[in-house]
Design a protein around this ligand. Structure first.
Ligand code: HEM
Length: 393
């Protein structure tokens, strides 16, 4: 039972337990990310160049899933799983590695979600094996973190200086219950890994389809941190200063919110102010205990909020006065007490990866599939149903 799967008092305990670890995470330390970026580039460079155009054809979505698998396991456990480097992930060689187990387990959870209290009906052998493999691996990390904590207590005073931030170790300073630690880190992994990969994937699909946006963003990046041979690694402050990058990310999260559907159960009988009646303008009554599913995807495409071009990708809209007060009309990270704890981290990591990619590649063009209409693969997170097939130059 972790923060995602509990409600009420158990949820407040989880939130109070996890929050300080997020507050203390040093999101501006981008050095670690660059290591993964280098492996990412070398994976792309292994691909053959196309005759005539000299571009490289690549499917980015799967690579981003490997990249965020490595960056999440590094942040959470202090030990990147090596999904990018090993190729195990893409080749799927039958061996149940942590990354594969995690994906199968996550798929099973998505299948269980709509079954509600009949969730146990989805309980195949592969799913059970995947859950136990993922848990067993995390249990090893948990015992290591607890051992380290004991050692650090014995030699108090030595720790802290130049120490790499590891979420699990930080959390272990507040609870030493192995089951709680295991459940909570698996929940944070579930919350942060595929969501960030989806954001990156949709961003590059939008950039490939909109060459003028790519060009404009590359020019802004060039002015701040250089591109090609003049490129230098961006700091967090520099990333924040690239306004067009922020607008693009906001626009991608609007059109393609990774958490596209969400749900709540009513604690008391209540009414929603409108949405009922033949014209949708009457209140709707909600009984106590009733489950309400709502679509963030539809909210983000409402023409009364975003104008007649609500379905179009137009980052410039974020510079317009009308969107300054969008408030609850833009909810990719949700709002209120359960607002995403990793928002800052997700935005920083995504900005870093996008900037680094754009420093290296002059142009990105869509391969046939990327030009077709959108296709959605919606499980726990909404990914692109056809992947992100592009040519990089
Ligand atoms: C683009 C990336 C991300 C998106 C779109 C996103 C979106 C969301 C949303 C919509 C929720 C609310 C869920 C609900 O209402 O039930 C949420 C919660 C949460 N997110 Fe994120 N998230 C992202 C990245 C991350 C990252 C990187 C982490 C951590 C490393 C993270 C950690 C969490 C946690 C722990 C919660 C649970 C908060 C609670 O229930 O109190 N998220 N996220």
């Amino acid at each position: 039972m972790g923060i995602f799967s509990v409600d009420g008092v158990s949820w407040s305990h989880s939130r109070a337990l996890l929050r300080p670890s997020f507050d203390r995470a040093n999101v501006s330390d981008l050095g670690q990310l660059e290591g993964f970026m280098q492996i990412f580039f070398s994976r792309i460079n292994e691909l053959p160049r196309q005759p005539l155009t000299h571009t490289r054809a690549v499917e980015l979505q799967e690579l981003f899933q490997c990249l965020t698998m490595d960056s999440s396991t590094d942040f959470l456990f202090g030990d990147p799983i090596g999904a990018l480097a090993s190729k195990k992930y893409t080749l799927g060689n039958g061996e149940m590695a942590f990354d594969k187990a995690f994906d199968i387990a996550q798929y099973g959870l998505a299948m269980r979600a709509p079954l509600s209290s009949f969730y146990w009906l989805y309980n195949g052998r592969e799913f059970r094996k995947a859950c136990s493999t993922a848990r067993a691996q995390v249990a090893i990390y948990v015992s290591r973190a607890l051992r380290k904590l004991n050692l650090a207590e014995k030699k108090s005073g030595e720790e802290g200086l130049g120490k790499k931030y590891v979420f699990l170790e930080e959390l272990a300073e507040r609870t030493q219950d192995p089951q709680v630690l295991q459940d909570q880190v698996l929940n944070v992994m579930l919350a942060g890994r595929d969501t960030t990969a989806a954001l990156l994937s949709w961003t590059f699909l939008c950039l490939a389809r909109n060459p003028e946006v790519y060009k404009k963003l590359r020019a802004e990046i060039s002015a701040v941190v250089g591109v090609d041979e003049d490129a230098r690694l961006p700091t967090q402050a520099e990333l924040r200063s690239i306004q067009y990058l922020r607008w693009i990310i906001q626009e991608v999260l609007r059109l393609y919110p990774p958490v596209a559907l969400n749900a709540r159960r009513a604690l008391h009988a209540t009414t929603l102010p409108y949405g009922g009646g033949p014209d949708g303008n009457s209140p709707i009554s909600i009984r106590k205990g009733e489950r309400i599913v709502y679509s963030v995807f539809s909210l983000h495409r409402r023409t009364d909020l975003y104008g007649p071009d609500a379905n179009e990708f137009r980052p410039e809209r974020w510079g317009e006065e009308a969107l300054r007060r969008i408030g609850w009309g833009w909810l990719p990270f949700n709002g209120g007490p359960r607002i995403c704890l990793g928002q800052q981290m997700a935005l920083t990591h995504a900005s870093y990866f996008v900037t680094r990619m754009m420093q290296v590649y002059k142009e990105i063009t869509p391969k046939d599939f990327a030009l077709a209409d959108d296709s959605y693969d919606t499980k726990l997170v909404m990914a692109s149903g056809r992947g992100v097939h592009v040519f990089l130059f």
